[in-house]
Design a protein. Structure first.
Ligand code: FEC
Length: 314
């Protein structure tokens, strides 16, 4: 007999259409509808991004398909089968929908993984809590994966991308050691620091592992935050836009953005970095590039599959 394990693959979620932005934004804001100015501002950002209006949906679909193929390969000739289900944080199919689909299919054991490598109680913690609560309602034994930010395949995939862009700078005449490498991730409210949240330290750990792998020198890199919300409370900084200004004052001419907290092309990369940060750099006379997103990179799929297989209890 075959052992069937449900894999809940969780991602942020994106609207399905321009009309869907309000409901999506309201969900992000825990039921509080945005003002019409906020709604307009967000809609205009979606309209501005290159590569289609809501690329995250198709990218997540493709990542889940690629992960399913990787797990099928891994399970071949074993008595275990992995079946992937999608669960999105702020859009359908929601996390709860994914668990319900598992229950409908008679799944009794499930692993949950988030398409974001670093743990914060405010990010991954939130996904896993919802998944576990729903799994309990359906008598599904659930275990969640907190993080995989130092998986060697993830570090390799990111390092390949850093080297690729450093080479591109060198190809344009920039001295490699003069390119400032800016690792970044989504900012969170500073109150996570009082909770001893592992998020900032995990992000630094990933950064340091890439620094080592790419043999960057110490003065060549730094960590900076991006995409902070406007909630009236303080968020973790410095923000990448302020960092770029500081770099210009210090005479830096080349900046490479490496968004290690994100694994897919979506609004926070295609707008916040490719339009906003890139535009700021141009204004400041800094030559700016960004590493390619992981999307369905086989090394990323390996990091996910290893984490999932490793989380299965005997
Ligand atoms: O392409 C897309 O459609 C979605 C892109 C997207 C990703 C993403 C990832 C993260 N977020 C995280 C935290 C917060 C917190 C708030 C917040 C608000 C927004 C808004 C949009 C949005 N986020 Fe997001 N986030 C994405 C998109 N995020 C749109 C609402 C407008 C705005 O503030 O810009 C603030 C909530 C509040 O108001 O109380 C906090 C974190 C991640 C990375 C981990 C993950 O992927 O889950 C952390 C992708």
């Amino acid at each position: 007999t075959q052992r069937k394990i449900g894999v809940l693959v969780m991602s942020y979620g994106t609207p399905e259409s321009m009309e869907g932005i309000e409901a999506y934004y309201t969900h992000i804001r825990r039921g509080h509808p945005p003002t019409s100015e906020q709604l307009e501002e967000l809609s205009s950002r979606y309209e501005a991004i290159v590569g289609g209006v809501f690329p995250l949906r198709e990218n997540t679909n493709k990542q889940v398909e690629a992960l399913q193929r990787t797990l099928d390969e891994r399970a071949r000739d074993t008595d275990t089968a992995y079946v992937c289900y999608q669960g999105l944080k702020h859009a359908a199919p929601f996390i709860e929908d994914g668990i319900q689909a598992m229950a409908h299919d008679g799944i009794k054991e499930a692993i949950g993984i988030v398409l974001a490598p670093h743990y914060s109680v405010m990010s991954v913690g939130g996904y896993l809590k919802r998944a576990e609560e729903e799994a309990n309602k359906h008598d599904i034994a659930f275990s969640g994966i907190n993080s995989y930010h130092l998986h060697p395949a993830l570090i390799e995939a990111l390092s390949v991308r850093v080297r690729e862009q450093l080479d591109a700078f060198v190809g344009e005449g920039a001295p490699r050691e003069e390119v400032r490498v800016l690792f970044s991730a989504h900012s969170l409210p500073t109150r996570i620091l009082e909770m001893n949240d592992p998020y900032p330290e995990q992000l630094l750990d990933t950064s340091r592992a890439i620094v080592k792998e790419c043999a960057l020198h110490d003065a060549q890199w730094q960590f900076t935050w991006q995409s902070a919300g406007q909630t009236g409370t303080p968020w973790l900084g410095p923000d990448i836009l302020d960092t770029l200004e500081k770099l210009q004052e210090e005479g830096t001419r080349y900046a490479l953005s490496v968004p290690i907290g994100f694994v897919s092309d979506h609004l926070e990369v295609l707008y916040d970095l490719d339009i906003e940060a890139s535009g700021k750099a141009q204004e400041l006379g800094i030559s700016y590039k960004r590493t390619r997103s992981l999307n369905q990179d086989p090394l990323y799929m390996k990091a996910l599959a290893d984490s999932i297989v490793g989380a299965v209890k005997d």
